[in-house]
Design a protein around this ligand. Structure first.
Ligand SMILES: *[C@@H]1O[C@H](CO)[C@@H](O)[C@H](O)[C@H]1NC(C)=O
Ligand SMILES: *[C@@H]1O[C@H](CO)[C@@H](O)[C@H](O)[C@H]1NC(C)=O
Ligand SMILES: *[C@@H]1O[C@H](CO)[C@@H](O)[C@H](O)[C@H]1NC(C)=O
Ligand SMILES: *[C@@H]1O[C@H](CO)[C@@H](O)[C@H](O)[C@H]1NC(C)=O
Ligand SMILES: *[C@@H]1O[C@H](CO)[C@@H](O)[C@H](O)[C@H]1NC(C)=O
Ligand SMILES: *[C@@H]1O[C@H](CO)[C@@H](O)[C@H](O)[C@H]1NC(C)=O
Ligand SMILES: *[C@@H]1O[C@H](CO)[C@@H](O)[C@H](O)[C@H]1NC(C)=O
Length: 481
């Protein structure tokens, strides 16, 4: 495995070592992988080639595609545990905050794990993730799949070709998860965030947001379509359309899905992310528009208070995380709706007089350590960049916030589509931004090695140096997905 993609602890040690040895050298060309809580990238907001002022973001996108490619393909059939239906093709995840209480059912020392999952009562502890959740990794597989599809599709557009290893990977991963009969997921979430114990063994409405990453997958598919990928054939498009239509039917009728749709907090926000994205995949633009309008005219109106706080998220045990989480969902809904209906302007729609911008302004003044939340500040950066790019940053306060935090925003993937932003450009420099080297051709089919990290066109950014020296890299993203 290339050194860039080692587990966090090794990676942190590596960068720390490098930062001592190579001080003032461009040791980090790309940002460490972050799984954004969600996002939607308008397929027209891509550049055809390398652009000088976006090259840092493009390098990162390629590096993230390479990193994800080292984990894929993914399938729900790879999990070691059979869902209650007996069908491995059913998606399954366990409720993250549920813990076993075996006091009335023997004990974990005498019970096998399977017995414990079925016979012990499970109790809710908000914000405390039961670490055995990752025994069944369908949820993390789907997060990685959705990132892989997005970044491979974007990386594909950086080359003026109808096919590349990136478009081939995006298509291969979609086929493995959704379409190939041996590995395909059944179009339902009957066992998402399943509660265990004698009263459990069925999915909960909270699990519907496990698949919110459909917003990233829709971005990828729309990009492959718009950029004429020869790998995304008419046959695959129609098979994927058919799968999505079946799953849309499930999302619009299953009781847990309808419960998520009715939720007033982030669960309701993410339901719209997911369903609107699916409607774009099946070309139901009118349906996506109706959903987006329903959100901004509906539950959104109760989500932000006049001072920019989000009471339903603030009442959780991890309020900084949850406020960010819901803002990412609001931003994604605004972007989906803008794409579906370009005349919409919901970034300006108010909730108790506030907008998405007011919500981020409030959060920027909030200190996560006040609520004993660690490793969560990274979650705010893509949201701040999105707000700055959308509402403008005439006083420079958003960029200053990112700079002060030591976040190398101009080499983050989101910098590609969060334009204009200081240091970037809303005008893609197609043909005008030749690089000294193109990391795609350097990397070819194999994941880039860390030595290629020096392939950036720009000089070392001071913020990057700070970032590297602090050795904070390994923590990035673990909270987001
Ligand atoms: C198992 O029993 C021990 C001792 O009675 C107790 O401390 C522990 O909490 C029990 N474990 C569970 C999972 O209930
Ligand atoms: C998903 O990607 C992360 C890196 O962000 C990696 O640590 C994890 O093992 C991957 N999981 C799967 C199931 O691919
Ligand atoms: C959606 O529309 C595009 C462009 O017209 C077309 O190429 C594609 O086949 C359609 N896909 C589905 C699933 O309807
Ligand atoms: C908000 O509305 C104002 C006035 O119509 C407009 O100038 C601005 O561009 C809008 N902002 C966004 C982010 O849509
Ligand atoms: C942010 O940092 C970059 C590089 O250090 C610098 O060029 C830029 O002026 C800074 N911007 C603000 C608003 O502080
Ligand atoms: C970029 O490279 C192409 C092909 O190598 C060349 O034709 C073009 O003039 C270059 N553009 C710039 C701005 O250097
Ligand atoms: C935060 O990240 C550090 C470094 O990766 C890790 O040691 C620590 O356990 C993390 N904190 C939490 C609460 O997970």
């Amino acid at each position: 495995m290339p050194s860039r993609f080692r587990p966090c602890s090794q990676r942190t040690a590596l960068y720390f070592g490098l930062s001592l040895v190579l001080f003032a050298q461009p040791i980090l060309a790309t940002n460490v992988f972050t799984c954004y809580a969600n996002d939607f990238v308008d397929p027209s907001h891509t550049v055809g080639q390398y652009a000088a002022n976006l090259a840092g973001a493009q390098d990162t996108i390629v590096a993230w595609a390479n990193e994800m490619n080292s984990y894929g393909p993914w399938s729900v059939t790879y999990k070691p545990v059979l869902p209650p239906s007996g069908l491995k093709h059913d998606y399954m995840s366990w409720a993250p905050y549920q813990w076993p209480d075996c006091s009335k059912a023997g004990n974990t020392t005498v019970l096998t794990p399977e017995q414990m999952w079925k016979t012990c009562a499970y109790v809710f502890r908000d914000g405390q993730v039961n670490p055995d959740r990752t025994t069944i990794n369908d949820f993390q597989s789907f997060f990685n799949l959705s990132d892989a599809v997005l970044y491979n599709s974007l990386a594909f557009t950086f080359q003026s070709q109808s096919s590349s290893v990136y478009s081939q990977n995006a298509v291969k991963f979609i086929r493995a998860w959704f379409l190939d009969s041996a590995t395909a997921m059944n179009p339902n979430l009957n066992y998402a965030q399943m509660n265990r114990g004698p009263n459990g063994q069925h999915g909960e409405y909270t699990g519907i947001l496990d698949l919110r990453g459909f917003a990233k997958i829709a971005s990828g598919i729309l990009i492959l379509r718009q950029h004429g990928s020869s790998d995304w054939t008419a046959d695959i498009d129609s098979q994927m359309g058919a799968w999505c239509q079946q799953y849309i039917n499930w999302l619009q009728t299953a009781p847990t899905a309808l419960q998520a749709a009715a939720a007033k907090n982030n669960h309701g926000t993410f339901y719209v992310n997911q369903l609107a994205a699916l409607k774009l995949i099946v070309n139901d633009t009118a349906g996506a528009t109706t959903l987006g309008r329903g959100y901004f005219g509906g539950i959104y109106k109760g989500q932000i208070s006049s001072n920019g706080d989000q009471p339903m998220e603030a009442s959780r045990t991890r309020p900084y995380h949850y406020r960010n989480f819901n803002i990412a969902g609001m931003i994604t809904n605004a972007r989906l709706l803008k794409y579906a209906d370009p005349t919409s302007n919901d970034w300006n729609t108010t909730s108790n007089g506030a907008t998405i911008q007011t919500a981020i302004d409030f959060l920027m003044t909030t200190n996560p350590s006040a609520t004993q939340e660690s490793n969560v500040t990274a979650e705010i950066y893509p949201n701040v960049a999105a707000v700055a790019a959308t509402y403008g940053d005439s006083t420079g306060k958003y960029v200053a916030f990112l700079n002060t935090s030591g976040f190398p925003y101009a080499s983050d993937a989101s910098f590609l589509w969060d334009q204009p932003l200081a240091g970037g450009s809303d005008q893609p420099l197609v043909g005008g931004g030749n690089r000294s080297s193109n990391p795609i051709s350097e990397a070819s089919a194999a994941p880039a090695s860390s030595s290629q990290a020096s392939g950036t066109s720009g000089s070392m950014r001071p913020s990057m140096m700070i970032w590297a020296t602090f050795g904070l890299l390994g923590i990035f993203g673990w909270r987001l997905c």
